[in-house]
Write a protein that binds this ligand. Structure first.
Ligand code: ZN
Length: 304
């Protein structure tokens, strides 16, 4: 009896041993091959691996909470730009920072659902987010913006990175126009201009989140340009957008199509994955920044 039991224990142990290497190698595979790109989905061990695999890069896709005509969700900008960032990160591995809705949107404060933080908060939050990423080994931070109202802020934010010494670089994704895409869009589009919540933006959302689009409602408000400051010459004023589009809607989203949306998303994904690749390969930005900060400490010694 004891002998039978003994044999069974040995049999059980040998079956167990046969599985151990298999389970172990599965873990190794998961670690190296199936790393999530979403920052929040990585565990701490995987994070170390992800920083290595990404070449110390991370995208911060930035959006906003604002009205998008009468037919698109408040989070449209972030939903769409995250879709682009996530697809690009799968083509060229990088980390993608969690939902970031904190940007410049004073011009839509009169519309329901807008969350407009103070300029101090949006500045400090982005600066501290970059610094915290850098402290975690991410020395190349890629900002990918989905909200037009952020463009001036983000360019100035990048310029201001030279204010004081940094051990990281901030790279702002600013793709040039894609002539091939423009040609195709010209044939497909039914409206002029690329307005806020207009045909193209509505199409993008239709391509990846059709459940959130209601194109039949797109005409219940007007996206017409009222041009209420047309007599003002050679000026820029903060009220310019409200003067043109008080409904916080520009153009017409009703003729939107999945075809247009996919075209635009695919073009952005291609450009962004190429940009990620070039940022990973780049050694110059940090090298020049270091040289610049060193010279800035004693400008009189800078070679003339
Ligand atoms: Zn938008």
């Amino acid at each position: 009896m004891i002998r039978i039991l003994h044999n069974r224990v040995i049999l059980f142990l040998s079956i167990l041993m046969a599985f151990v290497p298999c389970v172990y190698s599965q873990n190794v595979d998961i670690k190296s091959q199936d790393l999530p790109v979403k920052y929040e989905e990585l565990n701490a061990i995987q994070f170390i691996e992800a920083v290595k695999k990404s070449g110390g890069t991370c995208i911060i896709p930035i959006g906003i909470l604002e009205k998008h005509g009468p037919h698109l969700p408040l989070g449209t900008d972030l939903l769409s730009i995250r879709e682009v960032a996530l697809r690009a990160a799968k083509e060229e591995y990088t980390l993608v920072f969690p939902q970031y809705y904190f940007g410049q949107i004073y011009e839509a404060q009169h519309q329901p659902g807008t969350i407009a933080y103070s300029h101090e908060i949006i500045w400090n939050l982005l600066q501290e987010t970059c610094a915290e990423l850098a402290r975690n080994g991410i020395k190349k931070i890629i900002i990918v913006n989905g909200h037009g109202g952020n463009n001036n802020f983000l360019k100035y934010f990048c310029q201001a990175q030279l204010e004081s010494k940094k051990d990281y670089g901030v790279y702002f994704f600013l793709p040039a126009k894609d002539p091939e895409l423009e040609e195709k869009l010209k044939k497909l589009r039914k409206t002029e201009g690329d307005g806020h919540a207009g045909e193209v933006e509505t199409s993008e959302m239709m391509a990846h989140r059709p459940d959130l689009v209601n194109p039949t409602q797109a005409k219940i408000q007007s996206g017409e340009d009222l041009a209420r400051l047309k007599d003002l010459k050679d000026s820029f004023t903060g009220i310019w957008w409200y003067a043109k589009f008080p409904n916080h809607y520009s153009g017409d989203g009703s003729p939107a199509t999945v075809e247009i949306g996919e075209l635009v998303i695919k073009s952005q994904v291609k450009r962004l994955s190429e940009m990620i690749r070039s940022v990973k390969a780049d050694q110059k930005v940090l090298e020049l920044q270091n040289q610049f900060f060193q010279e800035s400490e004693n400008p009189l010694k800078t070679r003339q």
